[in-house]
Design a binder for this molecule. Structure first.
Ligand SMILES: CC(C)(COP(=O)(O)OP(=O)(O)OC[C@H]1O[C@@H](n2cnc3c(N)ncnc32)[C@H](O)[C@@H]1OP(=O)(O)O)[C@@H](O)C(=O)NCCC(=O)NCCS
Length: 404
């Protein structure tokens, strides 16, 4: 026996011994990673039993009633509420980074005007990586600067997408306006009125962060390979699109419109449930009670519905009727309650935002949550690599194609 074959034999013995040690028993399988904790984090707490949500220790009600999106973004990214100067500095950084390059605008213009804005947003966000001069710098400081660029540019991207597809002139950012007011200005060409201003700021705050949901997890999986922040955020946008996640707000409004009138609500829901359809904007993997964000939006709608235009009034009445029926059928018994996406539609309609912008607006807000989690995770990075229990065959013999 040559010394080489001796080595091979020893290696095979070692591998076989190792294999015996690792012999597989059927493991507990958590499909969809349900109930699995992936890490510790001090960014966000979702209390699915009590229906509470906290960003860095502050309840969502506290922030929604008192704060601006910029302040909440700072809180999520850096861990504490900013002092006056810190906030001013952060706002200036955001303003300085709002403008898009000709190349990003060109990419948006080159895409079909019929494309869903979330798809165009995903591509435009991905393209930002190509022009970031700090791409090869993976230091935490550089990643914070990249996060600021992403947060600053995503609303502009969205406004450019919407203006381009509607054959309207692109409106450059206005440095006298805050983050969300400027977004509405770039989107509509007009400075927002008080209602629009309040609603969009509220939506951005409520959507900014939500722990290890599907899109944040997806961003983390991408970043855990030590890919860059743009790659992670692009994954986040892609994952957010689905109707079981961020796409539910658009789907819920579509459903409210399909119901048409409060009187038709019960028949519609009965038929949908009998046909095993999901009622969009209801149910949540973690909240088995009323989503506190949905409660805030519902409260706002109920409070102000009398001054709303007729279409918003009608949508609100349908939503309230659907809520009552769903809670009666599936609330206490199945833990299926309204989530944030259910009441968002009528409010966006009131603010003059079209339905296919709901999800990309969600992305333009959630980008801060994705970045905060990513930067935090990189401090003690571990590649995500879950397992799959194989149930197929083994050692099949290769059959040449002509004999199959
Ligand atoms: C969000 C969602 C995926 C979480 O669900 P989950 O905890 O993974 O639970 P499952 O998808 O396994 O559903 C469990 C059961 O509840 C039912 N269910 C869940 N959400 C439902 C809904 N919105 N309408 C009707 N039935 C629903 C399912 O049909 C399933 O019933 P079954 O056991 O008889 O098959 C789910 O509630 C859903 O699809 N909701 C609608 C989409 C939505 O609003 N998404 C936004 C979330 S913020």
């Amino acid at each position: 026996m040559s010394s080489d074959s001796h080595k091979t034999l020893k290696l095979e013995e070692v591998i076989s011994e190792n294999h015996n040690v690792m012999a597989e028993e059927k493991p507990v399988i958590n499909v969809g990673l349900q109930g699995i904790y992936i890490d510790e984090s001090s960014i966000c707490k979702v209390d699915g039993v009590l229906g509470k949500l906290y960003y860095r220790g502050y309840s969502i009600e506290e922030l929604a009633n008192n704060s601006s999106y910029e302040e909440v973004a700072y809180l999520l990214l850096y861990g504490s509420l900013p002092k006056k100067e810190e906030l001013e500095n952060f706002e200036s950084q955001l303003k300085a980074n709002r403008t898009l390059s000709e190349s990003t605008i060109g990419i948006i213009k080159s895409m079909s005007k019929k494309a869903h804005p979330t798809d165009v947003l995903r591509t435009a966000v991905s393209s930002l990586a190509a022009e970031d001069l700090e791409m090869s710098d993976n230091s935490e400081d550089a990643n914070f600067r990249k996060a600021v660029r992403l947060i600053a540019k995503m609303p502009t991207i969205l406004a450019v997408i919407d203006r381009t597809r509607n054959d309207l002139e692109i409106v450059p950012p206005d440095a006298s306006l805050g983050h969300t007011d400027n977004f509405m200005y770039m989107l509509t060409g007009n400075k927002p009125n008080e209602l629009q201003s309040k609603l969009i700021n509220l939506m951005f705050i409520l959507h900014a962060e939500h722990s290890s949901n599907a899109s944040t997890f997806s961003a983390l999986v991408t970043g855990s390979t030590l890919a860059d922040l743009y790659a992670a955020v692009t994954s986040g946008v892609a994952t957010l699109k689905g109707p079981l996640h961020g796409g539910a707000d658009e789907a819920a409004l579509k459903m409210l419109k399909a119901i048409g009138s409060p009187a038709n609500t019960e028949t519609y829901i009965n038929d949908a449930l009998a046909g095993k359809q999901r009622i969009m904007g209801f149910g949540h993997r973690v909240y088995k009670t009323y989503d506190p964000r949905a409660k805030l939006l519902r409260g706002y709608l109920e409070e102000s519905v009398n001054s709303a235009p007729p279409d918003v009034k009608n949508l609100t009445q349908i939503a309230l009727a659907a809520e009552e029926i769903m809670i009666d059928r599936l609330g206490q018994s199945h833990g299926i309650w309204p989530n944030i996406d259910f009441f968002a539609g009528p409010l966006y309609v009131w603010a003059g935002v079209s339905a296919d912008l709901f999800t990309p607006i969600f992305a333009a807000s959630r980008v801060v949550g994705w970045c905060a989690h990513m930067i935090d995770y990189w401090r003690d990075n571990k590649l995500f690599r879950p397992l799959e229990y194989y149930t197929g065959q083994l050692d099949l013999k290769y059959v040449p194609i002509e004999k199959r």
